[in-house]
Structures are given as structure tokens and as C-alpha cells.
Design a protein around this ligand. Structure first.
Ligand code: ADP
Ligand code: MG
Length: 720
């Protein structure tokens, strides 16, 4: 029997090639393998008759589990040189099916006449009572021994098939008996959670829906709990003393304010007063400016940078995407230049030569050569970057950076003041855990002249009218955003109604059809092409997260300059981009987005003088989705929306926004992310706080401490 710490290569069937493949997925030991959770399950338990192949969803190609008895001896024929076919017939009460396998001659010994198998695959009807299946999955059926009904489907890498992982997992599962449960048993009992060993077994080999639900609940709790403990032990260090005192006189501050084309709002002025006070102290500032999109956080950050520079220090601003960093640079560098401050932009595609120049200028001891300000992306975290005289670090949309990145940045600038800007109001429970002692300035007032973006929720029946509405807005001189959900699964799989994602709610729903009837989402690429075909005289462009940064930036700047009228995108435009001429935001498959995300998207329009609209197009999701989206029609307060989102959808959107958090990539939030019951999270957070109060370093909980460290170390490794 394998031990948890047995290297993966000790399992039978894992040679050096497969070991390397596993290692690429971060799997080194049997324990790592056990934490490699399925991403979906094939529902093979709901045995169907062959005749049902003519009915939905199987008619549309969904795979079907059948129980068939072999009726003819397999015949092997040779075709096209080296390829062989192995064919035989098998039947149930409703018909007979010809089954074909390729290049698997040895199967002729498996399928003996009279033996019964569970087959799982696409069934095609070829005549009355006649069917065919090609290369189905199969398991021998033994009378009286139940076959598992949920068959796990794992995330894969090249060189590792699902069948292999399942086999290796089968060898690994007995090791769950040795799992030491890190969760204090009083918490486990009062929350009614199963043991960790049980959870790890059931997630891979679920007995039924309810056992799977129980397992997921336990594993989700653990993720929340570890997350909260990790932030509590690592993040909440004492306020750092010895930060540079940055003070400037009223007249110097006035120079900045009079260089702006507008007067600050009252809320901006209050935020500025807060950060001036913080920066005038030798205890490092640790402040977050929160406020709805468009409220004008950037200028507050610019003021803080100005203060640092005028006090003889340097300032850095880090944004989560190249597009956003570039936009900040375009807005702020000219302003700084006007004020006699030297700045530069540093992103992933700054040329190596230019980078070296920037590094040198940032590190220069000579104030005459030194760069005062740098604006950039994660590129600012790279090793070459060091500041001669750091004063202030600003991060924009900080919740999009992971914990490890945040840690790196503050380590690099241990004694600098920290300022965070965030547009997503983080619900209180989460903010307490994520930011601990961070102080908050809230900008609760919009610059004058801002308008409310009229919001509508419509369904497919409005399609023709939507096209006309796009045209109308463009003809009036405006610009249009269309947002489609990112495409993750292959289209083939998205259409496969017999695959149930791990994220499904196994607790309340019990039938396979209920769990899987979601329709495939609009593939953004195809969508843009179709839209361009329907509106041939408009310029439609397309941008998505997997594009090269340079290409993406090109499209974005074409849109910003008005050369593109309709921009179709996945959610990469979500943060921060400012195109005041945009007046219509269409969101496809709106039911797939969190309310806070939708609120952010809506904030992309209504930034100029044009009357602006946000239209949420719903495709499925039923009454629940409709009711949820209705909130957007009636509520414009980001905080209220965030709280609603947390109760309705759970914390996933706040914990790990798509594609940006290393904890997510490291698998740290596999279950928490889609867990829709915020009660579980609140309880996990509350227990974590209680535990930390009693034992801040987790000295009396060594196993627990180890699991927490592991989650954060893995996350940190991914960053590097
Ligand atoms: P966010 O808070 O979403 O980052 P920005 O800082 O990008 O918002 O500001 C949005 C827009 O509002 C910018 O075009 C900015 O120039 C403008 N703006 C900011 N403050 C004011 C103000 N006090 N009066 C008028 N316009 C302002
Ligand atoms: Mg912004």
C-alpha cells in the first residue's frame, strides 16, 4: 500500500516519462495525486436503453451509458495497411448495437459471447432496432456488484490520459486511510463536516451525488479555512516603522491640483487628506481607496505619487494588465511631466534595452539621473527592479493580484508607503480576512455630470432588435462593447450533456439532466465574425485573454482612438479601461457572470457625455438567473451588489477572478471558487480568526500549519 509521501513513480505504471508529465502538473507524491481533483464526472450510472438514442440529449450526440450483452464473437479485420478493426455485436431489450474498436486486437479476448458490459459512448441509430458505437468506454458488469455511477474526468497534460490517472488514483486511494485530519475536531463536529480521508476518497470515487456533495463541502471549507489562516499568519504583520516621512507644503500641493483640468470632488479631497496624513508619518501607510468604477481613484493615487516625489522619494504604480498600465501611463506621465517629474512605463513587452535603462535610472544614486516614477505591470516585480529611494507603492485593482505578488511587492519595498486602489467593493467578511489592518478611504461620490447607465435584461428573442440598436448607437457616433464569457472547454465537450462539472451543485439536484442542461456558451471568436457579417459596414474587432499582449494592446488602442466601433471581447476589458465615447455595453450569456463583474462591465460605459446603456442578454439559467440579473436593473450601488453577489453566488468572484490569481492556478481554490454558500465561508473565516487569536503562529496545530504553508508555497512557486 502506498504512503502519502510515496513518490508518484512508485505507483505501478508510472515510469520516468509519466513521472515527468505528472511533475508538470505539480504532482510529485501520492498525496499530491489525491489533491488532483476531477474537473467533471461522466454520469455512467443512469443506464439507458439503446432505443433512447433517438431522444434528447442523446440524439444531439451526448454519450450514453448502456448495459449490453455480447452476442457475436469479435472479428478483427485489417484495413489501410497497419490499422485493425475489432467489431462485434451486443444487445439489450430494445435493440442490437455494432461496436467497433481501432487497433486493439487484444480486445477480442475481452468480449466473449454472453458477457455483459457497461458501455459509455455516443450511440448512433442506423436502422430500426439497429445501432452503432465506436470505441466506447467499457467496464465488465458482474451481477450483484454495482458499478460506480460517477466516473471522474481529470485535468490532463500531454502523456497522461484520463484512464491512466483513474488507474493510478485507484492505487493511491487506500493511502487516504493514513490521512491525518488537520482540522481541529471541535470545528469538524460543530460544522457537521466529514473527515478529510472520506472527502478525498469520495471526490475521486463518489458513491452517489450526496456523498460527493459532502466531500466537496468539506474540501471547500478547508480551502476557505487555509486561505484565512494563511493571510492571518503571513499577511497581518505589524505596521512597518521607519518609512520615509513624506510631507509637502500647501503651495506645492496646490501646484498639483491646479494642473488638473477639474476640481476634486469632496470624496476625493477627503481621500487625499487621509493619505497625506498617513504619508507624513514614519509608520508605513497601508491604505486602500475603494470606490465605484469611474469615481476618480487614479487622480488620488497620482496625488500620492506626487507627494512622495516632491518629498524626494520615488513612486511606483502597478496595474494588473498591460492595457491598464499603458492607459495609466498615457494619463499620468504627461501630467507628471508638466510638473517636472520624470516617469517611465515598464511592462512585459518593454524591450530589453529599454528595460535596462529604466532599471539603471530607478536605481541611480544621482538625483539628476534618477527616474521619479515608474508605472507598470507585474514586470515591476522582476529581479532587476530596485529603487534608489522608494517612497510609495501603489497597486491598482489589487484584489486581482494574488497574495504572493502582494507579498513580493511589499518585501521589495519594506519601508515604502502602500496604497491600494480597488473598484470591486469586497464584502466585509472577506475584506477582514484579506486585508486585515488595511485602512480604507471610500470614494462615495461621482465626478459631476455622470449619468446613470440604463440597464435592461433581455433574452434571445431580442436578437434582431439588438443588432439594430448597435447600429443606431454607432451611427450616432458612439462605440459599443460586447462581452462574451471566456471559452474554456472545447466546444465538443461543452455540448456533451452527459458530463457533469465538478462545480455543479450535487446537494440539491439529483438528476443528470438537471445538472447538465446548460447550453454551450457563445464562442467569442465565432461571435465576432457573425456580428461583422450581420453589420458589414461597421468595424468590429475582437480581443481575448489568450492573445499576445501586443496584439491585444493594438486592438484596444484602435478602439480607444475610435478606429474600431464595436469591440467584442472576453472579460479582459473588465478592469479600468477608459473610453468615454463608448455608450453601449452588451453582455452575452449574462447569467454566467457574477453581479459584481457585471457592475464593473457596466462601469465601462457612461463615462462621457453620451446617454449610455447596458443590456444583459440571458441565454438559459431559468427563473433564478432572471431574478438575479434583475438586481442589476434596480441597483447601482457597488457595495449593495457585492453583498448580494456574495450571498447568491458565493465568494468565487472575489477570491480568484478569472486567470489572475496564482492561488487559483495552484489549485488552492478548486472547490471554494464555485461554492455557492457563503455561510460556509463565513464560518471558516470566523473559526480561523478565533484560532489565530488563541495561537497566532499555529504552534499547537503543526499539521494545520503545514497544510497552510503548502497552499501558499505552491502559490508562490507558480509566480516565479
Ligand atoms: P476609477 O476610479 O474607476 O479608476 P478614474 O480614475 O479612471 O476612475 O476616473 C474616471 C474619469 O473621471 C477619468 O477620465 C478622470 O479624468 C475623471 N475624473 C476624475 N476625477 C474627476 C473630477 N473630480 N471631476 C471630473 N472628472 C474627474
Ligand atoms: Mg481605475
Amino acid at each position: 500500500m502506498p504512503y502519502l509521501h510515496t513518490p508518484i513513480s512508485a505507483l505501478s505504471g508510472v515510469g520516468s516519462a509519466r513521472k515527468a508529465a505528472y511533475e508538470r502538473m505539480g504532482i510529485y507524491t501520492v498525496e499530491d495525486l489525491l489533491y488532483h481533483f476531477p474537473r467533471a464526472y461522466e454520469h455512467r450510472g443512469d443506464i439507458r436503453m439503446l432505443s433512447e438514442a433517438a431522444e434528447e440529449p442523446f440524439k444531439s450526440g451526448a454519450r450514453m451509458p448502456t448495459l449490453l450483452t455480447v452476442s457475436t464473437e469479435p472479428r478483427v479485420t485489417r484495413v489501410k495497411g497497419r490499422m485493425t478493426l475489432c467489431k462485434f455485436r451486443a444487445f439489450d431489450d430494445s435493440g442490437s448495437c455494432e461496436i467497433t474498436f481501432f487497433n486493439q486486437e487484444y480486445l477480442r479476448n475481452t468480449f466473449t459471447v454472453g458477457a455483459t458490459f457497461r458501455f459509455y459512448g455516443k450511440v448512433e441509430q442506423t436502422g430500426k432496432d439497429r445501432f452503432t458505437m465506436t470505441a466506447p468506454a467499457f467496464e465488465p458488469y458482474v451481477e450483484g456488484r454495482a458499478l460506480p455511477s460517477l466516473y471522474p474526468v481529470y485535468p490532463l497534460t500531454e502523456g497522461i490520459s484520463n484512464k491512466m490517472i483513474s488507474g493510478h488514483m485507484g492505487q493511491a486511494l487506500p493511502a487516504t486511510a493514513q490521512v491525518e485530519d488537520p482540522l481541529p475536531s471541535y470545528i469538524r463536529e460543530s460544522e457537521g463536516l466529514c473527515t478529510l480521508g472520506y472527502a478525498l476518497r469520495e471526490i475521486h470515487a463518489p458513491e452517489d451525488f450526496s456523498a460527493l456533495h459532502t466531500a466537496k463541502r468539506r474540501l471547500a471549507f478547508d480551502e476557505f479555512f487555509r486561505f484565512a489562516l494563511g493571510l492571518g499568519t503571513a499577511g497581518r504583520t505589524a505596521r512597518i516603522m521607519g518609512a520615509p516621512i513624506c510631507t509637502i507644503g500647501e503651495d506645492v500641493m496646490e501646484q498639483f491640483l491646479s494642473a488638473l483640468p477639474y476640481a476634486l470632488t469632496g470624496a476625493q479631497a477627503r481621500a487625499l487628506a487621509d493619505l497625506r496624513r498617513d504619508m507624513a508619518s514614519d509608520t508605513a501607510m497601508n491604505r486602500m481607496i475603494v470606490g465605484d468604477v469611474g469615481c476618480g481613484k487614479t487622480v488620488c493615487a497620482a496625488a500620492a505619487m506626487y507627494i512622495a516625489v516632491k518629498a524626494g522619494r520615488q513612486a511606483a504604480l502597478m496595474a494588473p494588465t498591460g492595457i491598464l498600465a499603458t492607459q495609466h501611463a498615457a494619463d499620468l506621465l504627461p501630467l507628471f511631466e508638466k510638473l517636472g517629474i520624470r516617469g517611465a512605463l515598464l511592462t512585459g513587452h518593454t524591450t530589453a534595452a529599454h528595460k535596462r535603462k529604466i532599471y539603471a535610472a530607478l536605481a541611480s544614486r544621482d538625483p539628476a539621473e534618477r527616474l521619479d516614477v515608474v508605472i507598470g505591470t507585474q514586470a515591476l516585480l522582476s529581479e532587476g527592479v530596485s529603487f534608489a529611494s522608494p517612497g510609495l507603492v501603489v497597486t491598482d485593482e489589487q484584489h486581482r493580484f494574488g497574495v504572493a505578488q502582494r507579498a513580493t511587492l511589499s518585501e521589495k519595498n519594506a519601508k515604502a508607503h502602500l496604497l491600494v486602489m480597488s473598484a470591486t467593493p469586497i464584502p466585509r467578511t472577506l475584506a477582514l480576512v484579506m486585508y486585515g489592518d488595511l485602512e480604507v478611504s471610500r470614494i462615495d461620490e461621482m465626478p459631476p455630470g455622470r449619468q446613470r447607465v440604463d440597464t435592461f435584461v433581455v433574452d434571445e428573442s431580442y436578437r434582431a432588435r439588438l443588432d439594430a440598436f448597435i447600429r443606431k448607437n454607432v451611427e450616432a457616433g458612439g462605440q459599443v462593447y460586447v462581452v462574451c464569457p471566456a471559452v474554456e472547454e472545447s466546444p465538443d465537450e461543452a455540448a456533451d450533456a452527459s458530463l457533469i462539472p465538478l462545480s455543479a451543485d450535487f446537494g440539491t439536484r439529483t438528476s443528470m439532466l438537471e445538472l447538465t442542461k446548460e447550453r454551450p456558451m457563445k464562442a467569442a471568436v465565432q461571435y465576432a465574425a457573425d456580428l461583422q457579417a450581420r453589420l458589414p459596414d461597421l468595424t468590429v474587432a475582437f480581443v481575448h485573454g489568450k492573445m499576445k499582449p501586443a496584439d491585444k494592446d493594438k486592438v484596444m488602442s484602435d478602439f480607444a482612438a475610435g478606429r474600431v466601433q464595436v469591440l467584442v471581447s472576453t472579460t479582459v476589458i473588465e478592469v479600468g479601461v477608459n473610453v468615454p465615447n463608448a455608450c453601449l455595453m452588451l453582455v452575452e450569456n449574462a447569467e454566467r457572470f457574477g453581479l459584481s463583474q457585471l457592475h464593473q462591465l457596466r462601469g465601462r460605459v457612461g463615462r462621457g457625455t453620451r446617454k449610455s446603456y447596458c443590456i444583459l442578454i440571458r441565454d438559459g439559467g431559468g427563473e433564478t438567473a432572471k431574478a438575479r440579473l434583475e438586481v442589476m436593473r434596480t441597483t447601482y450601488d457597488g457595495y449593495e451588489i457585492a453583498e448580494k453577489d456574495l450571498t447568491q453566488r458565493g465568494p468565487g468572484d472575489f477570491l480568484a477572478p478569472a486567470g489572475s490569481s496564482e492561488i487559483r492556478q495552484s489549485g488552492g481554490f478548486r472547490l471554494a471558487e464555485t461554492w455557492s454558500d457563503s455561510e460556509l465561508m463565513n464560518h471558516a473565516f470566523a473559526y480561523a480568526r478565533e484560532l489565530l487569536e488563541e495561537d497566532p503562529a499555529l504552534e499547537t496545530y503543526p499539521i494545520l500549519k503545514k497544510t497552510v504553508d503548502k497552499m501558499y508555497t505552491r502559490a508562490g512557486n507558480i509566480l516565479n
